[in-house]
Design a protein around this ligand. Structure first.
Ligand SMILES: Nc1nc2c(c(=O)[nH]1)N[C@@H](CN(C=O)c1ccc(C(=O)N[C@@H](CCC(=O)O)C(=O)O)cc1)CN2
Length: 284
């Protein structure tokens, strides 16, 4: 079996699957609507927003870009979010992060209607994830959700496995820990104060690297046969480098994601999936 987990191909398959759901929704009377808010001119954010718009257009989601100047005040941005909350054509709202320093990111996230929070960052959605509530409407954050899809679609069983997450951020480390826990993995979350990181990672059947440091996880830290998920997107001398030293980790891993072409494309596919789910929730 090929060890490489091809995120680009899996994301493409998911977009294909969503197309038929979207055409059913269209037949019912309305395609899903996604509003993308981009503040300022951060080149990476512009690239990601462009990728989101292209993916939406390709599968038939109505998407609209609100491209605003970096000088926008917090109040004006909150007004824009409020306007989108009240727009019946819009099922999903995402505010591209990071935001300029003068804007309180959490205040903006909290202003989004939790039922339109397709990024899954609103405290109502993270609260429902962290407390294991599956019965109420819940949007899970796109990158962690994409990681689960990659693992499952590669045929790696999660139940009962030791999953070690390196990195405890709110947008990747913590939510992916809860998604894995919900699937009955045994979880260890490592961080900068972890005493013996190598001892922890060597115990991982599933190893998720989300630290934001290029080549931080080396092959000698990987357990033979482990499933290695690299969430890092580090730009070094114009090249994209993951958090995992790929060549040495590949030798030991049973399955591994590349960078680029691993987790990144899944973030966008999951955003599309959440938008289709939001349209289902809102109805026609
Ligand atoms: N509102 C949000 N902001 C941000 C999120 C998010 O989920 N919601 N995540 C990241 C950026 N991001 C999406 O917004 C994102 C990052 C990377 C990729 C991706 O496909 N990367 C490619 C490489 C692309 C390149 O050449 O730069 C890959 O890994 O293959 C997609 C989305 C922060 N902000």
């Amino acid at each position: 079996m090929d060890k490489v987990i091809d995120g680009k191909q899996i994301a493409k398959n998911i977009r294909e699957e969503l197309k038929s759901q979207i055409s059913d929704q269209k037949a019912e009377g309305r395609v899903p609507g996604l509003a993308v808010v981009l503040v300022g001119d951060n080149p990476a954010s512009e690239t990601y927003v462009g990728m989101k718009e292209k993916a939406a257009e390709e599968i038939g989601i109505h998407s609209e870009l609100h491209d605003v100047d970096s000088s926008i005040s917090q109040e004006e941005l909150l007004n824009l979010v409020d306007q989108l909350n009240n727009d019946n054509r819009i099922d999903g709202i995402l505010v591209q992060l990071p935001l300029p320093d003068h804007i309180d990111e959490l205040a903006v996230i909290e202003a989004i209607d939790p039922g339109k929070d397709v990024d899954g960052f609103h405290p109502i959605n993270t609260g429902r994830l962290f407390s294991g509530q599956k019965d109420l409407l819940r949007f899970d954050p796109c990158t962690p959700l994409g990681i689960i899809e990659l693992i499952e679609r590669k045929g790696v069983d999660i139940e009962g496995k030791n999953a070690v997450i390196v990195g405890r951020s709110n947008i990747v480390g913590k939510p992916v820990a809860h998604l894995l826990l919900e699937r009955n993995a045994t979880i260890t979350v490592c961080h900068s104060r972890t005493k013996d990181l190598k001892a922890e990672t060597l115990d991982a059947d599933i190893l998720v690297a989300a630290v934001g440091r290029p080549n931080f996880i080396t092959g000698e830290m990987v357990k033979e046969g482990a499933c290695v998920i690299d969430v890092g997107i580090n730009r070094v001398d114009g090249k994209l480098i993951g958090d995992v030293e790929y060549d040495s980790a590949y030798e030991r891993a049973g399955a591994i994601t590349p960078v680029p072409g691993g987790v990144g494309p899944m973030t966008i596919a999951m955003l599309m999936k959440n938008t289709v789910k939001a349209r289902e929730y809102h109805g026609v």
